[in-house]
Design a protein around this ligand. Structure first.
Ligand SMILES: [Zn+2]
Length: 262
């Protein structure tokens, strides 16, 4: 049996814990804090943390790496283009490696940070994507280092993955993202339905992730910049313009940055 669970950290981070029950080995993605992982290991005697996968250098993603490696001897994978504490394996676009008997391929997805990578496990039935702070459910990461062009290209790159791909993002931002998505596309029934569903889930304390690529293509405005409905909404806000897809993305990102709910 293979299992992927979220360990909550800080106010809204998830550390994704991959568990291979046959070997009793586990791996964690973006452990910004060692404590939730060490607590899980203490509660599951006989399990060993063998691997740590890092998407980018922000402290809420790497803060626990050195302590976890010291405590467990886990191997640390991370982007070659960023400073990652205790990194053993430096990864670039197209690199392939095996963790817990599963193959992963690396996609470079600059924008949130310049060296940001995503981890993709190709599988005929159930592919997975660990995309850090690049693609969020119904949203995308802030542009701390990259340009709108870079982030838009990175998101298009991820959107080209199979529809069934499960998307494991690292923050619980879905509900606030859906409020923005609903404002951008008030007549999109998939967004309205998802907003209703996730509102109920969050009220019940339920996690909103993972998402899927299919669901994101239907409800994430940042993957839908070329849609007429979004272009018309941007015309309403910014005046009628000829926009490239990158300019539409940049305008949406500014809107999101300034959005206030309630
Ligand atoms: Zn980040």
């Amino acid at each position: 049996m293979f299992q992927i669970d979220a360990l909550p950290a800080f106010s809204d981070n998830y550390l994704w814990l991959l568990q291979d029950h046959a070997s009793r080995h586990c791996a964690v993605v973006d452990p910004g804090d060692a404590a939730p992982v060490l607590a899980w290991l203490a509660a599951h005697p006989g399990w060993q943390l063998s691997d740590i996968l890092i998407t980018h250098h922000h402290p809420d993603h790497v803060g626990g790496v050195a302590q976890l490696k010291a405590a467990t001897g886990a191997r640390v994978y991370g982007p070659a283009r960023e400073q990652i504490p205790a990194r053993d394996v430096a990864l670039v676009e197209g690199d392939c490696f095996t963790v817990l008997g599963r193959d992963f391929v690396v996609h470079e997805v600059p924008g949130h940070t310049l060296g940001h990578i995503a981890y993709y496990h190709a599988d005929a039935e159930q592919p997975w994507l660990f995309c850090g702070d690049t693609l969020f459910a119904a949203g995308c990461g802030r542009l701390f280092e990259g340009t709108p062009q870079q982030m838009n290209a990175s998101l298009q790159h991820l959107a080209a993955l199979p529809d069934a791909t499960r998307v494991y993002c690292t923050h619980e931002y879905t509900l606030s993202n859906l409020h923005v998505a609903h404002a951008v596309e008030p007549h999109n029934p998939a967004i309205a339905a998802r907003l209703k569903e996730i509102s109920a889930w969050r009220a019940a304390g339920r996690i909103s992730l993972p998402s899927t690529i299919a669901l994101e293509k239907a409800t994430n405005p940042f993957l839908r910049c070329a849609e007429t409905s979004i272009q018309e909404k941007l015309d309403e806000r910014d005046g009628p313009l000829q926009r490239s897809p990158d300019e539409a993305f940049a305008s949406l990102r500014r809107w999101k940055d300034n959005f206030r709910t309630g």
